[in-house]
Design a protein around this ligand. Structure first.
Ligand SMILES: Nc1ncnc2c1ncn2[C@@H]1O[C@H](COP(=O)(O)OP(=O)(O)O)[C@@H](O)[C@H]1O
Ligand SMILES: [Mg+2]
Length: 212
């Protein structure tokens, strides 16, 4: 049986565990079998994870496991899990996705994860992209350039020095915290922000998967 690890700050009361964590298809079947009433469909897929959701559900399951021959086997080098730690510690920041539960399964060096998180809409859809306001559009461009992100954090800090009353403005402080934390992660890992990894909650940009 694989060992189950809880990511700090997230409660998880899962009792059953998947028998096979080395294949993504097996984990997808495990999640579907656990929630048959949800009639889960594939909403998106990348190199590292598959996202399932029910037609009218407000949350989705992000399933991270290998979909090739070898299992994932170096958890310290998992960019997404390193980002998830940051996200779970700062759930009130609107730029970060809301996480309902996060479970990492370990068996020896192999690992896989199942994350239940809020359902977001895609910016890959041109219609959604056109809904962006001028500020979000600007920010969307800045996020994709790692140096711009660092520059933005610096500019917000300068602005706060000039106008300290803005320290109480949630939009400004969340922008500053997000850009500081992400520019640190991106310096270490590399930038993977694009319209597949930046999504929307209403008109709010939400960064789902920013580091490579
Ligand atoms: N919270 C979400 N709600 C709806 N769809 C999502 C959500 N998160 C990711 N997706 C979709 O699933 C795709 C793959 O997810 P992602 O987290 O980027 O995995 P990968 O690390 O494999 O790129 C995304 O491109 C997006 O279309
Ligand atoms: Mg992605």
């Amino acid at each position: 049986m694989p060992k189950q690890v809880k990511i700090k700050h997230i409660r998880c009361s899962r009792k059953t565990q998947p028998a096979d964590i080395s294949k993504r298809s097996a984990l997808i079947e495990y999640v579907r079998a656990k929630h048959p009433h949800l009639k889960l469909k594939k909403l998106g897929e990348g190199a590292y994870a598959t996202v399932l959701g029910s037609p009218s559900g407000k949350t989705v399951f992000k399933i991270g496991a290998d979909d090739g021959d070898g299992a994932y086997n170096d958890i310290q080098c998992d960019a997404y899990l390193n980002y998830l730690k940051v996200v779970c510690k700062d759930q009130s920041n609107p730029f970060f996705p809301k996480i309902k539960s996060a479970t990492v399964y370990l068996r020896g060096k192999e690992y896989a994860y199942i994350i239940e998180m809020e359902r977001l809409t895609s910016l890959e859809d041109g219609k959604n992209h056109n809904k962006l306001g001028a500020t979000e559009r600007y920010l969307f461009d800045v996020l994709q350039e790692d140096e711009s992100l660092e520059g933005m954090a610096h500019n917000v800090e300068v602005m706060l020095k000039l106008a300290p009353e803005l320290k109480h403005n949630k939009k400004v402080t969340s922008l500053l915290m997000m850009s500081k934390k992400l520019s640190k992660l991106i310096q270490e890992w590399g930038n993977d922000m694009h319209d597949g990894n930046i999504m929307l909650r209403g008109r709010q940009l939400v960064i789902t998967d920013p580091i490579a």
